[in-house]
Structure formats: C-alpha cells, structure tokens
Write a protein that binds this ligand. Structure first.
Ligand SMILES: [Zn+2]
Length: 418
C-alpha cells in the first residue's frame, strides 16, 4: 500500500489532523456515556453514514453515498476478520464510540490513520482517512480499508512516535499482511512484494522505494512457517517497546539473522502459500559486499550438490522446497531443481563474505575430492535446520533439525567413501 501516508507523516514528526491541515470531527466533550449503542465520536462532518462499528464521514454533498457504503462495508469486513477472526484487541474507544473514517478527496495519498488525543483513552482515539477515488478499484479499496484499520489496531499496542528510524517498517509490513488476512481473495497486497524484491540487500528497516511494504513477506514466512497468525498478532500485542528485531526474535525464539535466512529460503524457493503472486528478488553472484542490516543476497548456484562453505554472515542453502539455515558449512539439500544460496548480514555494518562449493557427490562412484580446506562447522547452537513445504506452521523448534542431521550426513558420506 505505497500510498499510505503514515510513514511520511511520522518522518515529518507530525501527529495531528491540524498539523496536517486535514478534516477532523470536533472534539468529544463531557463524560463517556454508558450506552448500549455506539455513539458518533465528537462533532461529525456534514455528511455521514454509520455502520455497526464505524462512522464514515465526508464534506461534499456531491460525493456518492454508495462510496461511503462500500467503505463502511469493507471496514466492517476488516473488523470481522481481524478482531473476531484473528483476535486483535479493538481500539478501546470503540467500546463506546464508532471509529471515524473520513473520505477526503484532497488527501495526498491513498490513506492515513492518526491518533487523536483524549484523556479518557490513554492510547488515543484512531481517526482514519481514505481517498474516495479508489472506489473505482474495489479490490484495492478493500485492501486499503484493511490496511488503515490495521494501523488503528496497531496504535492500541505501540507508540509510533517514540520508536525512531527503525520503527515504521514493521507497521507497514504488518498492515500489508493484515490486508491479506482481512481480504484473502483480493490479493492486491501481493503487489508490494516488488518493493522488497527490488532491494533485498537493503537495511530491513529501509523506507527507500517503499521497501517497508514489501517486508510483508517476512510476516508471510512467520505466519506460515514459524509462529502462526496468533504469533504474528502477539508480536504486537505482547510487545515490550523493544526494537522490532528483538520483538520478532523473542516471539520466534531464534536469532534475527537465522529468522531472515529462513524467510529468504521460503521466499526464493517459492514455498510461501501465495508465492505464485510474488515478484522474485534481484540476484547477485556473491562477489559484492552485502550492505544492509538483515539485508539478503540471493545467489543462484545451479545444479550443484555436496557441501557449501560460507565465511561470513548467516546462510540458507536451498534446493527445491528444502533448505538448511547455517553458519560456516552445510550440505546442499538433495531435492530436485537448481540450488540457491541466501546470505543474510546479521550486523548494521556491510558484510564481506565469500562462499565455496565442494566436494561434489558423484552418483556413479560416490568418490569426490575436497578442493582445499573447508572451514570448521559453525557453532552448532547457531544452526537451524531443514524446513520444507507441508510441514505446516511451526514453532522455532523445527528449525533445529540440522543440529544432528548435518553431522550425520557428513558421517554417511565418509562412511560411503571408506
Ligand atoms: Zn500504512
């Protein structure tokens, strides 16, 4: 959702509709009334259409009411999927008040969500904006509504403005994944994969070229392979105001670089559930430095087998739908197809690394020669293991198979030679 204005607004340090020159309902006055029916928050704009949980408002009488009706419908669908379906806590103000959605044709982007300060609600009251021109693209509008509603949910758990430069990427990466969860058949979220695919080597928190939206791919991997959608939700709902990499590592129970290597492996092997919709990443030959913190290089290896040695960073060696996350040395999976090496930079400074292949297995003789010294196996505690399609959503424990599998494979090979 590259038209979402929230990252730019955050970067500019602005947080209120007045600072941004945007329409807003008048402030709430008086006590929060006990009511069985949700009330409109503050003084509404001239025109409005209320649904069960939202008040869709606009100014111009020339705007079609049917646009408001559709936005209300899509917002309710997002509420149903994310609050009821995925168990996200609704914004606290929504116990008493409808959530305000303003249709603003002068909006400088597709959508925006802000927080209005209110002493009755310490986390603030969400205020969503949608550009009504997207009514002519219904699939996009459904995703846009889910994306902005996602931000309204996120503000209930995290203070955007205190997070610094590594904060906003995960808001957008998560709002994009929410768009998929809320509208699984719309698939417009998948367009954002191109923004990661164009610069996988960038810092994980990069906001250049809409990179943050493409980082939904990480959430696809976390959801589908590591912690499920409940785990994805709990990264937010149980966050401790730490940097996102620490929150994600804590939720998964693995080091960030190992998590990113697994993500890269699932992505390049097209093992994510909707991989057929995702743009694949730019590739490199492994001779250039890897610039970004938790940035990744995707290196095609061709039809190789045997072992691979990597002298820096965290790797994943992939073939078919199998992969091994490793440091130091690993056995290339014996599945069908071309092999890939994914290299992840675990540090904020650029990573210089090299890799080598060998020895290769010869299926006729089983005899191979080791072309020079091979590095010692990396720390076993740093190794994560084999993971393939069909294993379902898993906790971090499945990532440890390689601990014993790799030495066993090496032993087998030596035994066969001997
Ligand atoms: Zn956004």
């Amino acid at each position: 959702m590259p038209g979402c204005m929230l990252p730019a607004v955050m970067a500019a340090g602005m947080s209120t509709p007045a600072q941004l020159g945007l329409l807003a309902p008048g402030p709430r006055v008086g006590m929060v009334p006990p009511s069985a029916v949700k009330l409109v928050y503050g003084t509404p704009l001239a025109h409005r259409l209320d649904t069960k949980n939202f008040s869709i408002q606009w100014v111009s009488a020339s705007m079609s009411v049917s646009t408001a009706r559709r936005v209300g419908e899509y917002m309710e669908e997002a509420w149903l999927a994310l609050v009821w379906g995925e168990g996200w806590m609704a914004p606290t103000s929504s116990d008493a008040y409808l959530l305000t959605v303003i249709l603003d044709p002068s909006l400088g982007g597709t959508g925006l969500t802000l927080i209005v300060e209110d002493e009755a609600y310490p986390r603030g009251v969400p205020l969503m904006y949608i550009h009504p021109e997207w009514d002519n693209a219904p699939a996009f509008l459904t995703s846009l509504c889910a994306h902005e509603f996602s931000h309204a949910l996120q503000f209930g758990h995290r203070d955007w403005y205190s997070g610094g430069g590594t904060e906003s990427w995960y808001w957008e990466a998560s709002a994009e994944w929410h768009a998929e969860q809320a509208q699984p058949s719309a698939n417009t979220y998948a367009w954002s994969a191109q923004y990661y695919a164009a610069a996988p080597q960038a810092d994980h928190y990069s906001l250049a070229g809409y990179h943050q939206y493409g980082m939904f791919l990480l959430n696809a991997y976390l959801d589908e392979y590591r912690i499920g959608s409940d785990g994805f939700r709990d990264i937010w709902q149980e966050n401790q105001d730490l940097d996102w990499t620490e929150e994600i590592a804590g939720a998964v129970g693995d080091e960030p670089a190992a998590i990113w290597a697994g993500f890269g492996a699932a992505y390049i092997s097209e093992s994510l559930r909707e991989s057929h919709l995702y743009t694949l990443p730019v590739t490199v030959d492994g001779t250039t430095a890897l610039e970004g913190w938790l940035g990744s290089h995707y290196i095609p290896l061709g039809a190789v087998s045997g072992e691979i040695t990597l002298d820096g960073g965290v790797g994943a060696v992939v073939r078919g739908e199998q992969w091994v996350v490793f440091e130091g040395r690993a056995e290339i999976p014996s599945a069908e197809g071309e092999a890939w090496l994914v290299v992840v930079n675990p540090d904020p400074s650029p990573l210089r690394y090299s890799y080598s292949l060998g020895p290769e297995s010869d299926p006729d003789t089983g005899e191979t020669e080791r072309p020079g010294p091979v590095q010692e196996l990396g720390s076993l505690s740093d190794l994560a293991g084999l993971k393939g399609r069909g294993c379902g959503c898993a906790t971090g424990t499945t990532g440890r198979v390689g601990w014993y599998l790799m030495p066993m494979l090496l032993w087998r090979r030596r035994a066969a030679r001997g």
